[in-house]
Design a protein around this ligand. Structure first.
Ligand code: NAD
Ligand code: UDP
Length: 349
């Protein structure tokens, strides 16, 4: 069923960061809902492979551009999702000035495009706005404990500034802006080398390399499967009225990094052993979302348990990894629990 606007045209949705891990799944979901989708991405951390299956879709268009340089879009748009920003700590710290500019200048450019088009706007913010939290679990009204000078500041403070821009534009009546605070999300299409914990552990186990744990591994995170996140993003964009306040989207199941590593080792036949590396500066010690607001305002809660999502993630990485990597490491091939597919993940009801 195609989604049409009051003008009778196809609803056109711009996804900034559309070639990234989350963005490409969002593009799939929006096309499946019958929207026209314009992805904008500069391929900083995303990849052409993530959107290759969409290239011939009649309702899909790709624009290769940095959002810091994006001033106009040459066709009307009805909604803008801003997911453009490196998300993994090594990636966003590689060029911290560009990360900050992406958050501030890039978000400002997209908000201006939203205003010019009368489009609704959804900003992908992050649990990093809570920093190394002193309140647990994290509710949206907690103001956070963020270093504004440390190595994570380009991202944490950049995202906080982007939130401020969104709420200023909303209060001024200029843009129907919405803000989601995303907690650690994982799944197929994470870049194998982007340095985040789930992709690192799975790729290391599959290739027989040591599993790297930073610090004691007793720090915690709460892991959300990507289909659950995408369902939450779409609900927040579509909910009426605009909540006018940020909404946490994440899975409240909380695990230590040691527990996560044990799950990966139990799932992947491997010779890998655990090695410890120093804990990066300002690494948050505990993180778990309070999702009461998402439940109440969006009727949203996650459906995919970590064991199930991790299984799908392992299957995807093993099906995309060249088989000689396991052969060279003297490891048996992985038998996937389901056939490989490039089809979009089910978003549930
Ligand atoms: P990702 O790195 O896979 O995707 C980000 C995409 O944005 C990439 O395709 C990248 O090339 C593109 N990009 C980066 N800077 C850009 C720029 N200046 N102009 C145009 N494109 C640019 O990361 P992801 O996990 O898919 O994250 C998507 C969004 O969600 C990010 O904004 C991130 O901050 C936010 N987020 C993600 C998580 C998570 O756990 N995945 C958690 C919190 C917040
Ligand atoms: N981490 C780890 N080994 C790795 C990568 C990350 O122990 O190979 C730790 C990291 O120090 C942090 C947690 O895992 O405590 C989550 O890291 P990630 O980069 O995935 O996300 P973030 O720190 O942004 O939540």
């Amino acid at each position: 069923m195609l989604q049409r606007t009051e003008r009778g045209q196809l609803k056109t949705v711009l996804v900034a960061g559309g070639a990234g891990f989350v963005g490409s799944h969002l593009c799939d979901a929006l096309l499946a809902k019958g929207c026209r989708v314009i992805a904008v991405d500069c391929y900083l951390t995303g990849s052409e492979a993530n959107i290759r299956p969409l290239k011939n879709h009649p309702n899909f268009r790709m624009i290769e551009k940095d959002i810091c340089d994006l001033k106009v879009i040459d066709e009307p748009v009805d909604e803008i999702y801003n997911l453009a920003c490196a998300a993994s700590p090594p990636a966003y710290q590689a060029d911290p000035v560009h990360t900050m500019m992406t958050c501030v200048v890039g978000t400002g450019n997209l908000l201006a495009i939203a205003q010019a088009n009368g489009a609704s706007f959804l900003q992908a913010s992050t649990s990093e706005v809570y920093g190394d939290p002193e309140e647990h679990p994290q509710r949206e009204d907690y103001r956070g404990n963020v270093s504004c000078t440390g190595p994570r500041a380009c991202y944490d403070e950049g995202k906080r500034a982007a939130e401020a821009l969104c709420f200023d534009m909303l209060r001024a009546g200029r843009v129907d802006a919405r803000v989601v605070r995303i907690f650690n999300t994982y799944g197929p299409r994470m870049a194998p080398d982007d340095g985040r914990i789930v992709s690192n552990l799975v790729v290391q186990a599959l290739s027989g390399e040591p599993l790297t744990i930073y610090g004691t591994g007793e720090q915690t995170r709460s892991f959300c499967f990507v289909s659950d996140l995408v369902a939450g993003l779409v609900k927040l964009m579509e909910v009426d009225p605009n909540p006018g306040q940020p909404v946490n989207i994440g899975n409240p199941g909380e695990f230590t990094i040691n527990e996560l590593a044990d799950m990966v080792l139990a799932m992947v036949p491997t010779r890998s052993r655990i090695v410890h590396h120093p804990l990066p500066m300002d690494d948050p010690q505990r993180r778990r979302p309070d999702i009461d607001r998402a439940k109440e305002l969006l009727g949203w809660e996650p459906r995919v348990a970590l064991a199930e999502g991790l299984r799908q993630t392992v299957d995807w990485f093993s099906s995309t990894m060249p088989p000689e990597i396991r052969r060279r490491a003297g490891l048996p091939p992985i038998v996937p629990s389901r056939p490989r597919t490039d089809a979009p993940l089910s978003l549930g009801a």
